[in-house]
Structure formats: C-alpha cells, structure tokens
Design a protein around this ligand. Structure first.
Ligand code: 13P
Length: 255
C-alpha cells in the first residue's frame, strides 16, 4: 500500500540555469517511465521557482531542503514554510545530518520545523541516522529512536500520516559506502516499530521510510527491494539525469 518515493536532494548544487538543464534531461527520460512511483526533487531555494516552472505539467514534485520554524519576521537569511508553500513546494527536508552537523540543528529545532512544515501542508522528510562511531559502539538503534521520538513530539495522529522518515547513516553519505540491504532493512524495521510504539501499527504501516546514503543505480535494486525500504533520498546520483532516472526505473520495476 505504500508507494515508493524517489527523492533527489540536490544539496548546495545547481543554480537556476543548471537546474533547468538537469530538469530538462530528467523530464525527457522520465516521460518514458511508468507512473507507479512518486518522484521528487529538492533544489536549493533559489532554483525552486525554476523547478516549479519546468515541472508544472509533469508529475514530478518539488520540495525544499530546509525551512525556518518561525512564520516570518527579522530572521535574516531564513525561508519560511509559507514561502515554500506559496512557491509550489509539497515537501521539505528537515534535520538533514549536514544541517545538524554544520548549522547547529538540534532535535528540538527539528521538531519545531516539523510542526511548521505540517502547518503549511508541506510533507516533512525527517532525517535521522547515526555516525560510524555510534554504530561501532552499538548505539545506533537507541539514537535513531531518540531522534524520531524528539522530532515527532506532539505531532498528531492525523498529521503523522503526512510525515516521511529518511534513514541516512552519516557514514554512508557522500562516501560511496552504503548500508548493506540487511543493515538498511534492520534499521527501517526498527523505525517502523518505533512509529508503532508512538502511534499504532496501522499508521506505522502507512508511513514512508526512505533510505539515503550513496544510493545509485548499482545498489538501488537491492536496497529498494527490502520490505521496509519505501524509497530513496538521493544526493550525488540525483545530480545526473541519467542516474536519477535509472533509479526511478528500478523503483518502477519493483512497484
Ligand atoms: P549521497 O547520495 O550523495 O550519499 O547523499 C545522501 C544524502 O545525504 C541525501 O540527503
């Protein structure tokens, strides 16, 4: 019952011109692919307008990479949820490990952003995941449970159905190293059991849990083939129309 979601996180790549070029390639390739999989691109803020314009008559959706937790006001350099909604976004990535690591994002601010996203009908893609050190010291399950519990604090039973979780082990991001399909499945199953504890089994079964961390055409089939892996949050490989559409095709074949 869950549809696979293939999402591209472009990170700090592709201004409007490069975005247009990448999207042209993607639209061309995607038109040959069936439509049993949801596809999303998350460009940097300045390229969202371009993406919405290019994608308006396609079924590829547009999301942002972050949002601020206040509505508006004196927050120089920040972008609000209402601005993203007005710009045509349907999704927003929240609490990516790069934001936690480099920009002081905490579980508390992640939770505030999740609430703000939901308020503006933006589906938050909540990122969780452990460092290599945490995995080696066997803290990964507990850590991910805590991250999810904190991020979803006071999210209602109705709103939880709009939330997407992305499991992104930090040691697999941009390193070329991926979690093995077994490691991914094991963590995704754990995440679903945490969601069952926080909500109920029926809700937990409906929530999409994406895997992120060096997903590419060569490993997508195995990862996406796992029972609790409901899609991918893809960095590097989403910057190449060919690779990204290959992953979409692989997902289609599994759908
Ligand atoms: P890579 O696919 O480049 O490893 O990035 C994953 C990621 O961080 C997606 O949010």
């Amino acid at each position: 019952m869950r549809r696979l979601l293939i999402a591209g996180n472009w990170k700090m790549n592709c201004g409007p011109y490069d975005a247009a070029e990448l999207l042209e390639g993607l639209i061309e390739k995607k038109s040959e692919i069936d439509e049993n999989v949801d596809v999303l691109v998350c460009p940097p803020f300045v390229s969202i307008g371009m993406a919405v314009k290019y994608l308006y008559d396609t079924d590829i959706q547009v999301g942002a990479q972050n949002l601020h937790f206040e509505e508006n006001g004196a927050y120089t350099g920040e972008i609000s949820g209402s601005m993203l909604a007005e710009s045509g976004c349907n999704y927003v990535i929240v609490g990516h490990s790069e934001r936690r690591q480099y920009f002081g994002e905490t579980d508390k601010t992640v939770n505030k952003r999740v609430h703000k996203a939901l308020e503006h009908k933006l589906a938050p893609i909540v990122c969780v995941g452990e460092s290599l050190e945490q995995r080696k010291s066997d803290k990964h399950f507990g850590l991910v449970k805590n991250q999810i519990t904190a991020a979803l604090h006071e999210v209602s039973e109705k709103d939880i159905l709009d939330v997407v979780i992305a499991y992104e082990p930090i040691w697999a991001i941009g390193t070329g190293e991926t979690a093995s399909p077994e490691q991914a499945q094991e963590m995704h199953e754990h995440i679903r059991s945490v969601l069952t504890e926080l909500y109920d089994e029926d809700s937990a079964e409906q929530i999409n849990i994406l895997y992120g961390g060096s997903m590419k055409p060569g490993n997508a089939n195995e990862l996406l083939g796992q029972k609790d892996v409901d899609g991918g949050l893809i960095g590097g490989a989403s910057l190449d129309a060919e690779s990204f559409s290959e992953i979409i095709t692989i997902a289609e074949d599994l759908a």
